[in-house]
Unconditional design. Structure first.
Length: 250
C-alpha cells in the first residue's frame, strides 16, 4: 500500500534543475542571482543597485509586453473582456519600472560617473524591454481603432455613448493609461538623467540628454487625447448656445 506523504517529504525537491529546493529550481535563482557583478568587480558599491534596478526593469517590461501581446490577440478576436483584464495587468506591471527609477535618484553624481565609466556605448535607447513597448503600442492601436471603425462609431460617439459600448470604452481608457504610463516613465527618467548627469550633456549612447525631453512629449495614441478637446469644444458650444437662447444657469 502506498504510504501517505510524510512532512519531511515536502522538503525534498522533485523538479529537475540546479538548487537544493524546488523553489530555487523552478525560479532558477542560481542563474538569476549570478547575473550581477561580484563585489570585487564593481566600479563603485552602488553599482549593484544600478544593475539590479535595470535588470528588474527589463524583466517587468518583458512581463508587460507578454500581456500586451495577449491583449492584442484578444482584441483581434473580439474578446474585449479578456483584453481589458490583460491590459490592466500590463499597466500594473509598468508601475514598477517607474517606481524603480526613484531608487536611482539616490545616486550622487560623482559616484555615478565611476559606474558610468564601465557602460561602454550602452544606452537605455537599446533597452529591449522599452523598445518592445514602442513596438507593441502601434499594433495595439491598430486592432483597437479597427474595432471602433467596424462598430460604425466615431471616437467622440464612443465617449458620449460609453455605457452602450462599455467594453470598447474600457479598452480606450486602458490604452490611455498605458500611454500615460509610458509618458510618466519618460518624464521621471528625464528628471533622473537631469539630476545625475545634467540636461545639457551627451549620453553614453552619443545622444544629447535633450532628446529625452523631446521624446517625453510623444503620445502613443494622440487620437485618444485629441478626442477630449473635441468633447470640451462640443460641451462649450452647447452651453453657449443654451445661454444665448436664455436656457443657461440662472
Ligand atoms: C543613473 C540613472 C540613469 C541615467 C543617468 C540615464 C541616462 C540616460 C540617457 C542620457 C539617455 C539618452 C540616450 C543616451 O544614452 O545617449 C537614456 C535613455 C534611456 N534610458 Fe536611461 N538612464 C538611467 C537609468 C535608466 C533606467 C533605470 C532605465 C530602465 C530601464 C532606463 C531606461 C532608458 C530608456 C528606455 C531610454 C530611452 C528613452 C526613450 O526612448 O525616450 N534608464 N538614459
Amino acid at each position: 500500500m502506498k504510504q501517505p506523504p510524510q512532512p519531511g517529504d515536502f522538503l525534498k525537491p522533485v523538479l529537475p534543475g540546479k538548487g537544493d529546493t524546488d523553489y530555487e529550481r523552478y525560479l532558477r535563482t542560481d542563474e538569476l542571482l549570478s547575473l550581477q557583478k561580484p563585489v570585487a568587480e564593481r566600479l563603485h558599491p552602488d553599482e549593484h543597485t544600478f544593475q539590479i534596478v535595470h535588470q528588474s526593469s527589463e524583466l517587468l517590461l518583458r512581463g508587460a509586453h507578454n500581456e500586451l501581446e495577449r491583449a492584442r490577440i484578444h482584441i483581434e478576436k473580439g474578446d474585449l473582456q479578456n483584453a481589458a483584464h490583460l491590459l490592466r495587468r500590463a499597466n500594473d506591471l509598468l508601475h514598477y519600472p517607474i517606481d524603480l527609477l526613484h531608487v536611482l535618484d539616490t545616486l550622487t553624481p560623482y559616484d555615478y560617473h565611476l559606474i558610468r565609466a564601465g557602460l561602454g556605448h550602452g544606452s537605455g535607447l537599446q533597452s529591449p524591454g522599452f523598445l518592445s513597448m514602442l513596438h507593441i503600442a502601434p499594433q495595439l492601436g491598430e486592432v483597437f481603432f479597427r474595432r471602433v471603425k467596424e462598430t460604425g462609431i466615431t471616437l467622440e460617439e464612443l465617449y458620449r455613448r460609453n455605457q452602450e459600448f462599455f467594453g470598447l470604452h474600457e479598452l480606450a481608457e486602458l490604452l490611455l493609461d498605458f500611454d500615460q504610463r509610458i509618458q510618466k516613465f519618460r518624464f521621471d527618467h528625464l528628471k533622473l538623467a537631469q539630476r545625475i548627469i545634467g540636461g545639457n550633456v551627451i549620453g553614453t549612447g552619443g545622444n544629447p540628454v535633450d532628446i529625452l525631453r523631446q521624446r517625453q512629449e510623444h503620445a502613443l495614441y494622440k487620437e485618444l487625447w485629441d478626442v477630449r478637446n473635441q468633447i470640451t469644444e462640443r460641451v462649450s458650444a452647447s452651453t453657449m448656445s443654451q445661454e444665448a437662447s436664455g436656457h443657461g444657469d440662472q
